[in-house]
Design a protein around this ligand. Structure first.
Ligand code: MSP
Length: 514
């Protein structure tokens, strides 16, 4: 992991349509990691955006009788609005139609041409507009695109080519020796397998349409949309416009991508960077697909569900938690309404929500809603010690899981602490202590510990369920925003005696199945 700015990205999304659950999946994962790193005190830069050039977008606009920019201007707000609703904390949003991107992209390609890395040739072959990708006949399944099941188009054009084949050995060497360069491991092995079959040079320009960045040395060509799009990661942080900023933020720590676009990110992109002598991203993480009926969820197959449809019922917190917890990150997984209701009710409404409700209401009932004196060293018993230890351990495990880019494991670890806190309530039975005046101080000690447990949980859950964490923070009478706090504030003993807690409605109201 680099020590400077922690730079995390999502792919930039094609704006031929509105976002569906599959797109939100990548973005929520990146947001969870970004928030977690901020809570660790890291300086974070989190980028997302939109991919607006190329034939696919051009055709979408034409079908609607609009110019491409009219179309993209009209649809981009549908994307930014979903990210806001999902509480995504991106620091920047880049559109490939912005001048800060287009200028540096043109210069980058011209520069490669000047260095002899690009040459003019003829491309004859197959192209899938949906993927915006070139295919060989061997790549196809029954003559159709393996991703979309549609027949690719035959094109024959004079194109500029990038000397991609030159980089095959350097890429193999990198992936053989660097376990974190592509994660998870199974994906690294897949890419290595393909690389060992060799690489061909890549066509990087198109002449049959003009929706894209024009090649400076030959403006009758536009730059291939992937060569344009991949550069968003560098142009957004100052490449070609603010070199000081670029040096500070680049390279990216993690590029999050779906497994369908790993090739572009782990072969084409690093080769482009090598050709320019720029540092390579630390990790490209390829996650699996959200599936419906065993197939990748997609708009083109009419299985794309809008995140808004689920947020209406589960809220943004329920949404974020479900996808990160239920589908083992890295693997494919299916979404179902039933499993979502179940996860929400068990983990959020019962385990976490009830715990918060119970603790705050017991402090209300037995201590007039006020935090008691901090327990002294000799008031701490074994069960209190093991509660504290459970929080230390959970944070440690969460941090290790985040280093491994495993949000699912991080959440399992966090809920380990939630369950321990629930078990503690049963063990120490504050309601029994409350009946015996001689146990008054013990009652105060256990309720203090539980209030501290909630404070720790607000910190630990804020990367995944930020709304509830913020509300819990407020109910605990804590100042500032939980998102401005860091894990340095974990531990027991800092909640100030005399603080007044506030009761309220359940943080996660139960959802009735059906
Ligand atoms: N525009 C390119 C990316 C360029 S990045 C320099 C693109 N866009 S996309 O909108 O088609 O897809 C963006 C991301 O959404 C990809 O990571 C893709 O894997 C992800 N998903 C789209 N459908 C998905 C599922 N059903 N499940 C999980 N993620 C999938 O590709």
């Amino acid at each position: 992991m680099s020590t400077g700015v922690f730079y995390v990205t999502t792919p930039i999304y094609y704006v031929n349509d509105v976002p569906h659950l599959g797109h939100a999946y990548t973005t929520v994962a990146a947001d969870f990691i970004a928030r977690f790193r901020r809570m660790q005190g890291r300086q974070v830069w989190f980028l997302t955006g939109t991919d607006e050039h190329g034939q696919k977008i051009l055709r979408t606009a034409e079908e609607r009788g609009l110019t491409p920019i009219e179309w993209t201007d009209s649809i981009v707000p549908r994307w930014t609005e979903v990210w806001e609703a999902l509480q995504i904390t991106n620091d920047d949003f880049i559109r490939t139609t912005e001048a800060r991107h287009e200028g540096p992209v043109a210069r980058f390609v011209q520069d490669l041409y000047d260095k002899g890395e690009i040459y003019l040739g003829t491309y004859e072959g197959l192209y899938c507009v949906q993927c915006e990708a070139f295919y060989t006949p061997e790549d196809l399944v029954d003559g159709k695109c393996p991703q979309h099941g549609t027949e690719p188009e035959l094109i024959k054009e004079d194109n500029y080519f990038f000397r991609l084949s030159k980089y095959v050995d350097a890429l193999i060497e990198r992936y053989e020796t660097n376990e974190r360069a592509i994660m998870p491991e199974v994906r690294r092995n897949e890419i290595l397998g393909k690389l060992r079959q060799g690489l061909e040079d890549l066509s990087i320009s198109r002449v049959s349409f003009d929706w894209g960045v024009k090649l400076p040395m030959d403006p009758s060509h536009v730059i291939y949309v992937w060569v344009d799009a991949l550069q968003n990661y560098t142009t957004a942080v100052g490449y070609g416009s603010d070199e000081e900023r670029f040096a500070l933020v680049w390279p990216a720590d993690i590029h999050f991508v779906g497994k369908d676009i790993l090739w572009f990110h782990s072969v084409i992109w690093p080769a482009m960077l090598m050709a320019q002598g720029l540092p390579l991203p630390e990790t490209v993480y390829a996650h699996g697909f959200l599936q419906v009926g065993g197939e990748k969820m997609s708009k083109s197959k009419a299985t794309g569900i809008s995140p808004h449809d689920l947020m209406e019922t589960f809220g943004s917190d329920g949404y974020r938690y479900y996808f990160m917890r239920e589908i083992s990150f890295g693997q494919d997984g299916s979404f179902s309404w039933e499993s979502m209701v179940e996860r929400y009710n068990f983990d959020l409404a019962n385990d976490l929500g009830n715990l918060c409700q119970r603790v705050i209401s017991m402090i209300g009932r037995y201590l007039d809603g006020v935090v008691p004196q901090v327990p002294s060293y000799d008031e701490i018993r074994d069960e209190d010690e093991s509660l504290r230890a459970a929080f230390d351990k959970a944070l440690e495990q969460m941090s290790a899981a985040v280093d491994d880019i495993s949000p699912t494991e991080a959440l399992k670890a966090c809920w380990g602490a939630v369950r321990r806190a629930n078990a503690y309530v049963e063990e120490v039975a504050p309601w029994a202590l409350a009946k015996d005046p001689e146990q008054r101080r013990r009652l105060e000690v256990v309720l203090y510990n539980l209030a501290e447990g909630l404070r720790n949980l607000a910190l630990m859950t804020s990367p995944i369920t930020p709304r509830a964490a913020a509300e819990l923070w407020r109910r605990l009478g804590l100042s500032g925003e939980v998102t401005d706090a860091t894990f340095e504030m974990m531990g027991f003993g800092t909640l100030a005696p005399g603080t007044r807690l506030e009761a309220g409605d359940p943080l996660f109201p139960r959802i009735e199945a059906g």
